[in-house]
Write a protein that binds this ligand. Structure first.
Ligand code: GLC
Length: 499
């Protein structure tokens, strides 16, 4: 059989080569991210940081066309909402229910954002999750996102879903929209940011709420109920998680919260890519929340940040005493039991401790009580507060993050960027981002076993190092100059997409 050679840029007539950039532009790879939160629009945790920064980093690559679809929560600021443009509305089926769906559009930092509007589901007081009907809210969102893709004819090459809230999109895509040619061509990536939250519901929701068909029951069912994360892992083309270590850890029962079997069966499509942070957003040289800006080459501003922070929190203004900070959701997997066990030993030394966070009432009360008992040494603020968190990241010396489990963790990277040296447990992304200073001349202090004495040992090691000015300057410089940007990691995602 005679084969015709495909024309290359060299063999094409001149007129066509002139047009190549346009031709290439048409061939851009289209990627649509689905998620339940993205900074700066709506943020409650690390997922929002990632969905606010990874798409932006990818959009810098001219070969990609990047969109993100999000729920239009009433909690999104009016300032942003006033800029969103109404595109269209239609009805979406949530099993037998037919629900209104409005679509709004906003282009931000090179990324196309689509917002799904339905006030019944997304106009809520306070939080964005934790409602009795979360399953229905995200079933709606997951279908509405696919229907938006069809109505606007923006079929992507890759649909990139994140966590359980968007897992149903993959189940619908692969199990129900498959008959449609345009949907069949879409490849899917499912990223697990935290395997603890799986989207588990009673079996009665299978048809009545999610409207799943019987033929996909095996994929979605686990322990007699619906498990959306399981369904997505089974049905997606690629599974990724947010660090290489976590990708290994979730193959074991201790970390997998019941999904280790499913992870192992699907191991060939699993990879782990460490998250990055937006280094323009988290930049001590320009951050407006700081009392004074500074850089790795001139840390004089950091000293001002420290003294102002001490004043603000009623701590004695002393530059020679190390400030140890914890900024965290106050929940058990953050390793707070170790902190509880060791905190009074730490406080028996000449140190100051600051805790900022919100979460389980037991921890909130405990840390508040300790702060009351150790006035002038310990300050606790029960809140999720971006502005204050930057003041603490910049004004402290040591950042304690002894998580029991940590898929990636971003706080240790942010702290490093602000010259606050992390003390972490070697798990998940903490293990991939922080290496021990005393062991390998790394960028922080680490311990392995989930043991309070081991943690105390390295906290003391950090305190000792702090007192040695040269050694401290060295580890601090290593922390501040570690490249936690998306530059390298976005490249890893590109490789994944190109698969
Ligand atoms: C989740 C994980 C955290 C990770 C973040 C972003 O919040 O618990 O470790 O950094 O997602 O991927």
């Amino acid at each position: 059989m005679k084969t015709t050679k495909r024309p290359t840029a060299h063999t094409l007539p001149k007129k066509i080569t002139d047009k190549l950039p346009e031709i290439r532009a048409v061939e851009k790879k289209k990627i649509i991210f689905l998620g339940s939160e993205a900074a700066p629009f709506i943020a409650t945790g690390g997922l929002a940081d990632v969905l606010g920064s990874l798409p932006k980093a990818l959009a810098k690559n001219k070969n990609f066309d990047i969109s993100v679809i999000l729920p239009l929560y009433s909690n999104i600021s009016k300032e942003f909402k006033s800029k969103f443009k109404f595109v269209m509305n239609f009805n979406v089926s949530v099993s037998w229910r037919l629900q209104y769906c409005g679509v709004f559009y906003y282009e931000y930092q090179g990324v196309k954002f689509y917002f799904i509007d339905n006030e019944f589901y997304f106009k809520r007081e306070g939080n964005i999750y934790g409602f009795y009907d979360d399953g229905e809210r995200f079933a709606f969102f997951s279908r509405a996102a696919l229907d938006t893709i069809a109505r606007l004819d923006i079929y992507p090459d890759i649909l990139h879903c994140n966590d359980w809230q968007t897992a149903a999109s993959i189940i619908y895509l692969k199990g129900m929209y498959y008959g449609d040619d345009k949907f069949r061509k879409i490849k899917s990536v499912f990223t697990i940011h935290n395997i603890e939250y799986q989207g588990k519901f009673g079996m009665d929701t299978f048809g009545d709420l999610f409207g799943f068909s019987e033929s996909i029951k095996n994929f979605v069912e686990l322990d007699g109920g619906v498990n959306l994360m399981k369904g997505a892992i089974e049905m997606t083309d690629i599974v990724s998680t947010v660090s290489p270590t976590y990708a290994e850890e979730i193959k074991t029962p201790f970390f997998a919260h019941g999904l280790d079997g499913i992870i192992n069966v699907n191991a060939r499509k699993l990879s782990g890519i460490l998250n990055g942070i937006d280094i323009d957003y988290y930049n001590p040289e320009t951050d407006k929340c700081l009392f004074k800006n500074y850089s790795v080459d001139d840390l004089s501003g950091k000293a001002v940040c420290k003294s102002e922070l001490q004043k603000m929190l009623g701590l004695p203004v002393r530059s020679e005493v190390p400030i140890i900070a914890i900024i965290s959701r106050l929940v058990s997997h953050k390793g707070l039991d170790l902190v509880k066990y060791a905190l009074e030993s730490i406080l028996s030394q000449d140190v100051q401790v600051i805790i900022l966070g919100k979460g389980e009432i037991g921890y909130e009360n405990y840390f508040t009580n300790v702060a009351n008992a150790y006035k002038g040494k310990c300050a606790t603020i029960i809140a999720y507060n971006q502005d204050l968190s930057r003041k603490i990241y910049s004004g402290s010396d040591i950042f304690l993050m002894p998580s029991k489990m940590e898929p990636c963790g971003l706080s240790q990277m942010i702290a490093s960027r602000y010259g606050t040296v992390p003390v972490v447990r070697e798990t998940g992304g903490l293990n991939d981002s922080i290496k021990g200073y005393t062991v390998v001349k790394g960028n922080g202090f680490t311990f392995h076993d989930y043991n309070a004495h081991d943690m105390l040992y390295v906290v003391n090691e950090a305190i000792r190092t702090f007192k040695d000015k040269d050694a401290w300057a060295d580890v601090q410089r290593r922390a501040m100059t570690t490249d936690f940007s998306w530059k390298i990691q976005a490249g890893e995602y590109e490789k994944l997409y190109n698969k």
